[in-house]
Design a protein around this ligand. Sequence first.
Ligand SMILES: NC(=O)c1ccc[n+]([C@@H]2O[C@H](COP(=O)([O-])OP(=O)(O)OC[C@H]3O[C@@H](n4cnc5c(N)ncnc54)[C@H](O)[C@@H]3O)[C@@H](O)[C@H]2O)c1
Length: 326
Amino acid sequence: MKILVTGGAGYIGSVVTEELIKDGHDVVVYDSLYKGHRDAIAPGAEFVQADLADSSTLTSTLKSRAIEAVIHMAADSLVGESCQNPAKYYRNNVLNGLNLLDAMRESSVKRFVFSSTAATYGEPEQQPITEEAANAPTNPYGETKLTFEHALHWYDEAFGMKFVSLCYFNAAGASERFGEDHDPESHLIPIALQAAAGKREAVEVYGNDYPTPDGTCVRDYIHVIDLARAHILALGIMDQGSRIYNLGCGGDGYSVNQVLETAREVTGKPIPARIGPRRPGDPSVLIAASDKIKKELGWKPELQDLRIIIETAWRWLQKHPNGYNR
Ligand SMILES: NC(=O)c1ccc[n+]([C@@H]2O[C@H](COP(=O)([O-])OP(=O)(O)OC[C@H]3O[C@@H](n4cnc5c(N)ncnc54)[C@H](O)[C@@H]3O)[C@@H](O)[C@H]2O)c1
């Protein structure tokens, strides 16, 4: 297939593109590089450097390359920033997303895979979170992803544009070539590994008095290659109708302490931790169920092991001690 990957120069998009190319697809990466990295674009992909706000470049790219499907990864995704600057999130995650859908409509592209987030569910009591859980986002990031998901539903009703939306929490780990390089970095595993590499003094742990086995928050991590495979599987079922799937680690999740302890074992470094107060609004446990995608799409995560996740991320960081460009 000829596939456009928006955000293909970002963390997850780089690995999605790499896996698509391995499978023999033709890929066009569409990215402004406002957050991504040129070196994160998988060799073999064509690169169009442009913003999603640029409707005419979007439409001409879709038409001239005869694109058959879009995997949409480009977005803003920092929860804290979204609370301080909601308009930025509505503009990029909703308005720019609509530009993309309209460009697809003009170009008769009818297949869409959306990298959503499990933040659309908010903080349900029932864990792991299934697709039946009520949507109740607690921040503009989750809200804008959910709003866009609603738009997808109505574009399907109006124009027969089929979509699969994938909802998950934390991507983690690395492929041999591509890894996580965000600025600022907000994810626990790269932060712990930066501390192991001597780039940070310590890791802040926000509370150790939660009702969890070791008192620290429990979260869900999925290897980025397993996530990429889910995006590619989703391309194959589009003709059977639009769907929403959750993706999770399949077990009880991993506590902050467990992540830090495994990172110490993998790296052989001490990784000092500073225990601070709880952060407002941090629930004790957040994990997503993946029974539906396993049953319906046969998704089989092959790297779902905290040690493997951390080992691959550590290998990548050692090869790129200053990230991609710096
Ligand atoms: N990283 C995670 O743990 C995680 C978890 C759940 C969902 N997601 C979703 O997955 C997607 C990718 O996440 P990531 O961590 O790889 O993000 P990332 O920031 O590494 O990559 C996003 C890419 O999109 C590009 N981009 C953003 N806005 C753009 C625009 N208007 N026009 C053109 N390019 C633009 C950026 O330059 C960047 O290369 C996001 O949609 C995010 O919401 C990520």
